[in-house]
Design a protein around this ligand. Structure first.
Ligand SMILES: C[S@@+](CC[C@H](N)C(=O)[O-])C[C@H]1O[C@@H](n2cnc3c(N)ncnc32)[C@H](O)[C@@H]1O
Length: 346
């Protein structure tokens, strides 16, 4: 049903999700948005498991699954609600596989309880957070997330909580069906829950700014295919990855400003998509204005001297920087990964 976001995982992606667990035998595997059970069936076919558990908000899908898989433990319920069905809450899964809903009955934000507090985030991130809480220490969650949850402002807080509780890795990205033939870019994310307890409590407002970076990271926004020449009075130069290395030496296309990725220097530009080369890491001066393509990032600094220093640091550590660009197709970096990486080197 559309309002439950019941868009099922294509078989090849389900296979890839099972491979991303990277374990051959597991006591208990769960899918808390189980739908027609295809992810658990893919697990059952490939891995040795004792218990398979599934939950879904839609009672009809659970009814069907109960007759098809009598050995599975199945429950009807809202995984994001405070109270979950007692019949499955006794299990502590060693792995979770999920393709969670990307919206909550049309809403793009959901408040979810977590370790005595609550956090507002996208429904998919709320699923990831609850799965992490529920899983056994050392457990692995493989989740198909909207790619935007890896960099959106809305999910920044929850990302920090997730990253403190587990090791997050982007395995690959896809287009996932959404509705009426439309697709959304999704990232296959693997989160390995830490074994030792670290403080994963919800930060108080403002406390998540404590990685006191002297910079802002701004992701570009204009897709190349939408970049059209413009003579409008408010036109600005359009900057895509291909122009980074020749910046200043070639004329740039002039475009209308887009809703996202209109930036002002000073700062350092670098590719978001595609492994960066030293030549593509460029400083822009105070008040230099560009419309960035969705493949470029600006690390905006307070002063031009900070931008020059930062560029030097990035170029000197180019191999380490390249290593944080992930993905099996075009490799890319997320704003949060870059922020963490820069903060660790501040
Ligand atoms: C995108 S489908 C995925 C189904 C299946 N696991 C797959 O991979 O094909 C999402 C499923 O989550 C269920 N769902 C939506 N909201 C939920 C909630 N709050 N709690 C539990 N299940 C939910 C929907 O009914 C739907 O079956």
């Amino acid at each position: 049903m559309e309002h439950f976001d019941a868009f099922y995982t294509p078989p090849d992606i389900a296979e890839e999700m099972v491979s991303a667990i990277r374990r051959s035998s597991l006591a208990c595997v769960a899918d808390f948005a189980v739908g027609d059970g295809r992810l658990l069936r893919a697990v059952e076919a490939r891995l040795r498991t004792k218990h398979l558990i599934g939950m879904d908000i839609d009672p009809r899908v659970i009814c069907r699954l109960r007759s098809r898989h009598p050995t599975w433990s199945l429950a009807v319920g809202d995984f994001l609600a405070d109270q979950t069905d007692g019949s499955i809450s006794k299990f502590q899964p060693a792995a979770v596989v999920m393709n969670p809903p990307y919206s909550n009955r049309g809403n793009s934000v959901r408040e979810v309880a977590y370790e005595g507090g609550s956090v507002r985030c996208s429904p998919a991130c709320a699923f990831a957070l609850r799965a992490l809480e529920w899983m056994a220490p050392g457990g692995v969650a493989v989740i198909l997330m909207p790619e935007s949850s890896l960099y959106s402002e809305k999910d920044r807080k929850v990302r920090r909580i997730i990253e403190r509780a587990g090791d997050l890795q982007v395995v690959t990205s896809f287009f996932r069906p959404r509705f009426e033939g439309a697709t959304v870019r999704s990232a296959l994310v693997r989160i390995e829950k830490r074994r030792s307890h670290v403080d994963v409590s919800i930060p108080v407002p403002g406390a998540d700014e404590s990685v006191d970076c002297e910079f802002d990271i701004i992701r570009g926004g204009l897709p190349v295919h939408l970049a059209k020449p413009s003579r409008a009075v408010d036109r600005v130069p359009f900057l895509h990855t291909t122009s980074l290395s020749t910046l200043g030496a070639s004329r740039l296309l002039q475009v209308r400003p887009y809703s996202r990725g209109l930036v002002l220097g000073p700062g350092v530009l670098l590719p978001r998509v595609g492994v960066p080369r030293a030549l593509q890491i460029r400083v822009i001066g105070r008040d230099e204005c560009f419309q960035l393509s969705d493949c470029v990032i600006l690390v905006r600094t307070k002063a031009i001297k900070d931008a020059r220093l930062l560029r030097m640091k990035l170029v000197n550590q180019i191999a380490a920087l390249q290593a944080i660009y992930n993905g099996t197709g075009a490799r890319y970096v997320t704003v949060s990964m870059l922020r963490e990486w820069l903060a660790a080197r501040a």
